[in-house]
Ligand binder design. Structure first.
Ligand SMILES: Nc1ncnc2c1ncn2[C@@H]1O[C@H](COP(=O)(O)OP(=O)(O)O)[C@@H](O)[C@H]1O
Ligand SMILES: [Mg+2]
Length: 221
């Protein structure tokens, strides 16, 4: 159960939309979520974020509880089963360690993969709608803007819009007022960023992490 509600805390949620390879994980990792000194918990099936990853529910819960009790910074992520039911379990686990006396970054990768209904299930809806008062800063992303519920997008204080295919760009034009053409012709790692009604243009610097890029194994013909 989240504790120490503080209604004076501002809404700081962030949402990032871009097609695959557009730079969503990069902007979350390199720009949005502080690199250290924070409490951060990740829904991170593809291990895009530097943190300790878990695949066992029991181990994840124990570690999260212990980290919370220590009242120190931590970074831990879920990289196990990536289905909706597990996501809702994860949301519930996160809700239980929120504490209005501390900020907690709650980072969720690729929301469209979860097939969430517009009428958001309670564990995730609770984080979205009440997390603010308990220090939660939700950072979500999707590569398919038309396949995620609207609340995490419209309820964000900061919105990042990267490159999209034209069909999604048209949808985003209606949602944001940006021109579909401008959205669709962006390069990877380039974004329009909206905060407090103002748009700016940002370029994110690529940083490698963990997985090495380089020659890949190819089968001989
Ligand atoms: N070695 C590299 N140097 C510079 N840019 C790179 C490198 N490797 C990948 N990228 C860029 O980073 C992008 C991947 O960013 P990422 O945040 O993982 O995308 P997303 O999460 O939106 O799918 C690639 O599309 C490419 O433009
Ligand atoms: Mg990604």
């Amino acid at each position: 159960m989240a504790i120490n509600e503080d209604t004076s805390l501002e809404l700081r949620h962030v949402f990032v939309a871009a097609k695959s390879g557009g730079g969503k994980s990069q902007v979350m990792r390199n720009v949005i979520v502080p690199a250290k000194g924070v409490r951060a918990v990740f829904w991170d099936p593809d291990r895009d974020h530097p943190c300790k990853h878990y695949t066992s529910r029991r181990e994840f819960l124990l570690a999260l509880k212990k980290a919370d009790a220590a009242k120190k910074p931590f970074r831990m992520g879920w990289a196990g089963d990536d289905g909706q039911e597990t996501f809702l379990w994860w949301c519930d686990a996160v809700w239980r360690i929120l504490d209005g006396k501390f900020d907690t970054w709650v980072v969720t990768e690729e929301l469209a993969d979860l097939k969430l209904p517009q009428n958001i299930p309670v564990p995730y809806g609770r984080l979205l709608k009440r997390g603010r008062k308990y220090g939660a800063i939700l950072v979500g992303n999707t590569q398919r803007i038309q396949e995620v519920p609207k609340t995490p997008v419209t309820g964000a204080a900061v919105l990042w819009v990267g490159v999209h295919e034209f069909q999604d760009a048209t949808y985003l034009e209606k949602m944001t007022g940006l021109k579909a053409d401008d959205i669709a012709k962006q390069k990877n790692l380039h974004f329009y960023r909206k905060q407090g009604g103002d748009w700016s243009q940002e370029v994110v610097k690529y940083k490698a992490y963990g997985k090495k890029t380089g020659p890949r194994n190819q089968f001989k013909q």
